[in-house]
Design a protein around this ligand. Structure first.
Ligand code: LMR
Length: 329
C-alpha cells in the first residue's frame, strides 16, 4: 500500500516536471514557435547557455524552436500540464486567461518599442505578469520582438486598400476588431500555418515584425510590405506556477537572475535585429517596401483607433491610462 502511494506521488511529480530529488538535475524544456535567429530564439539559447555555465550540475535546459515540440494550439495547455516548463508566447495569445493583456494589441497605442518598454517597467505591467498565476501560468519577464508591419498581396497605402482582404491574425479579439475597422476579414491561425495559408491564398495579408517576416520568408508570398509600425509584438516568458515555486530557493533565485540578464539582452538587441531583418528584405528585393508619410500614417491611426474605446472596459481603464502615459509626444 505504502509502496503504491509513494510510486503514485513520484509519478505525479515527474508528470508535472518537478524535481524528485536534489541530486537529479531539474529539466527545463523551453518550447517556442519561431526561428532561432529572432529575438525570442536567441533569448532561449542565451538562457540555456548561461544556465549551463552557472548551474550545469543542477539544471538542464532543452530548447525546442519552430513549433517542433508544441505549437500555438497546444503549448499553453502543455505548460499547465507540466509537459513543458518555459514558453514565451506573444501577449496576443493569452485571451483565454486574461483580458488585460489585450492592452498591448491596441493599434497605434504605443509610439515605438521604447514606449512599450517604459510601460513594461510600470507597476501595472508588473502586476500583469502574475495575473494568471492561479491558472498555472507564472509570468517571469517581458521579452520584445518589434513593431509590426502590414504585408499583403496588394499595395496598402491607405486603410481603404485593405478592404476585402483576409488577414492572418493571432488569436486576439483586438486584432480581429482592428482589421474589421478597415473593412478586412481575419483568420486566426497558428504561426506555423501562416506561410502555407499565404501560399495557398486562403489569406492574403498578415502583420509581423521584420524579424518574423524575414525568418519565415514571408516576402516570397507577400509582394508588398507597408511600414506602418502600427503595433508591437511582445512576449511573456512564463512557467508553470507549481513547477516554478517547487524549484529550491537558491536555484530559483539564480535562475531568476539569469532571466533578468537574458531579458535585458533580448530587449536591448531586438530593435537592432529587426533593423537587420529589414535590410535583408530590402536586399532580397522580393517585396516592395512602402513607407508612409506622416499624414498617411495618421489616416491608418484614425481608422483603427476606435478599437481602443471598444476594449477599454475589458482591459480596465486604469491599465489603458497607464499605457497612454508612456509616449513622449
Ligand atoms: C505570431 O503568431 O505571429 C507570433 O506570435 C509568433 C512569435 O512568437 O513571434
Amino acid at each position: 500500500m505504502l509502496k503504491s502511494v509513494v510510486t503514485t506521488a513520484l509519478s505525479a511529480l515527474l508528470l508535472i516536471g518537478l524535481p524528485v530529488s536534489a541530486a537529479e538535475p531539474i529539466v527545463i524544456k523551453f518550447s517556442h514557435v519561431v526561428a532561432e535567429d529572432t529575438p525570442k530564439g536567441r533569448g532561449a539559447l542565451l538562457f540555456k547557455q548561461l544556465v549551463e555555465q552557472r548551474l550545469g550540475d543542477k539544471v538542464k535546459v532543452e530548447v525546442y524552436p519552430n513549433s517542433t515540440l508544441f505549437g500555438d494550439e497546444d503549448e499553453l495547455q502543455a505548460l499547465r500540464d507540466g509537459k513543458v516548463q518555459l514558453l514565451a508566447p506573444s501577449l496576443s495569445k493569452f485571451d483565454a486567461y486574461t483580458k488585460q493583456l489585450q492592452v498591448f494589441d491596441l493599434p497605434f497605442l504605443f509610439d515605438d518599442l521604447e514606449a512599450v518598454k517604459r510601460f513594461q517597467k510600470r507597476e501595472k505591467s508588473r502586476e500583469l505578469l502574475r495575473s494568471m498565476a492561479n491558472q498555472d501560468i507564472y509570468g517571469l519577464a517581458y521579452w520584445n520582438n518589434g513593431m509590426k508591419q502590414l504585408s499583403a498581396t496588394r499595395a496598402l497605402k491607405a486603410p481603404a486598400d485593405a478592404k476585402g482582404l483576409n488577414f492572418r491574425i493571432q488569436p486576439s479579439p483586438v486584432l480581429e476588431a482592428q482589421f474589421a475597422q478597415i473593412g478586412a476579414s481575419t483568420s486566426k491561425l497558428a504561426f506555423s500555418e501562416t506561410l502555407a495559408a499565404l501560399q495557398k491564398g486562403t489569406v492574403q495579408g498578415a502583420e509581423n515584425p521584420w524579424s518574423n517576416l524575414a525568418s519565415q520568408k514571408l516576402d516570397s508570398v507577400q509582394p508588398f510590405i507597408t511600414e506602418t509600425n502600427h503595433g508591437s509584438l511582445n512576449y511573456m516568458l512564463i512557467s508553470n506556477s507549481k513547477f516554478w515555486i517547487s524549484i529550491p530557493y537558491q536555484v530559483r533565485t539564480q535562475l531568476e537572475a539569469i532571466i533578468e540578464e537574458v531579458s535585458f539582452k533580448v530587449n536591448q538587441d531586438a530593435e537592432e535585429l529587426n533593423r537587420k531583418s529589414r535590410e535583408q528584405l530590402v536586399a532580397a528585393g522580393r517585396a516592395q517596401i512602402i513607407t508612409l508619410t506622416p499624414e498617411q500614417r495618421d489616416a491608418w491611426r484614425e481608422a483603427m483607433r476606435p478599437v481602443w474605446q471598444r476594449f477599454e472596459a475589458e482591459i480596465g481603464a486604469d491599465v489603458l491610462r497607464a499605457a497612454q502615459t508612456v509616449n513622449r509626444r
